[in-house]
Unconditional design. Structure first.
Length: 297
């Protein structure tokens, strides 16, 4: 079982679920019924498990090239020795496909029970994930695709609890999510995989533009993400006010800006790994903050 969980980056996926939870509570302003909450949690888990598995299924050829040359130790969130289990022949292709199909089917079922229109988001995320993997050796613009994929879960969470959300609000949410994903997750992950990606001819931002530019780009993107987070209170029916904004600001500075600044100044791979880990905890911190305000409210 651990091999299949490694295929789906289980720890990372569980942390990611916190972001749809944060977004749903923010937009709704109160806890949904326990039935809806249970379906949302199960569907989010299934969706993230399936999409992460799809990444390794589509990219198995490139992953085999990386494994053949040796792997750089991963960041804490993905430090398992069983990284790329499919490429390491720890599981079979048939087993991996069956694992993906099971979780994807569960995600489809959960979405059908919540709001069938969200299926568009799920299928779009799957197609974008395939495009993201296929563009590894083509263009660094794949990073933008990564932002769209990671945003799919939280956007789907909005539609699960609010039938007709405002389009400007969704645009704000999407932009903020993409800034966090690209600056805090995607570029640091590519930075961590620098040696492997260089060997196989990948086109990532750290390789195309160099570490100096990549470091300051990360800091700029996360600076915008933290600034944008101060506008999120407008999306909620709750009167959150400055206490919420202050709490969100502190979380952003501690988990995003401080490690991003260290990376920009040091350009060290270990700093990139630490930034990835801190940015992975950011959704959990936000979920804790909004939960507190919803309970008090």
């Amino acid at each position: 079982m651990r091999r299949f969980l490694a295929l789906s980056r289980s720890l990372h996926g569980v942390l990611d679920i916190a972001m749809p939870g944060f977004v749903a509570l923010l937009w709704l302003g109160h806890f949904p019924s326990w039935q809806v909450l249970a379906i949302c949690l199960g569907t989010a888990l299934a969706g993230y498990t399936a999409i992460y598995a799809l990444n390794d299924l589509v990219g198995v050829k490139d992953d085999k090239e990386k494994v053949a040359g040796g792997l750089t130790p991963g960041y804490a969130v993905e430090a398992s020795r069983m990284r790329y289990p499919l490429a390491q022949n720890l599981i079979s292709m048939k087993g991996a496909v069956a694992w993906f199909a099971l979780w994807f089917a569960l995600a489809v079922l959960g979405i059908w029970l919540l709001n069938p229109w969200i299926l568009v988001t799920l299928f779009a995320a799957a197609l974008l994930e395939v495009a993201y993997v296929k563009l590894l050796k083509v263009t660094w613009w794949r990073t933008v695709v990564s932002g769209l994929v990671k945003s799919a879960g939280p956007v789907a969470a909005v539609f699960a609890v609010v039938p007709a959300p405002s389009l400007p609000g969704l645009a704000l949410l999407l932009g903020w999510l993409m800034l966090w994903e690209v600056g805090g997750q995607n570029i640091p992950a590519d930075w961590n995989d620098l040696d492997e990606d260089r060997r196989i001819g990948a086109r990532t931002i750290p390789l195309v533009f160099g570490l100096r530019t990549a470091g300051w780009l990360v800091l700029a993107l996360l600076g915008l993400a933290v600034a944008g987070s101060l506008l999120l209170a407008r999306l909620s029916p709750l009167a959150l006010g400055w206490p919420f904004q202050l709490a969100v600001l502190v979380a952003g500075v501690a988990l995003l800006l401080v490690p991003a600044l260290r990376l920009a100044l040091s350009r060290d791979g270990r700093a990139a790994a630490k930034l990835f880990d801190r940015a992975s905890l950011y959704p959990l911190a936000l979920l804790g903050i909004v939960t507190g305000f919803v309970v008090v409210g």
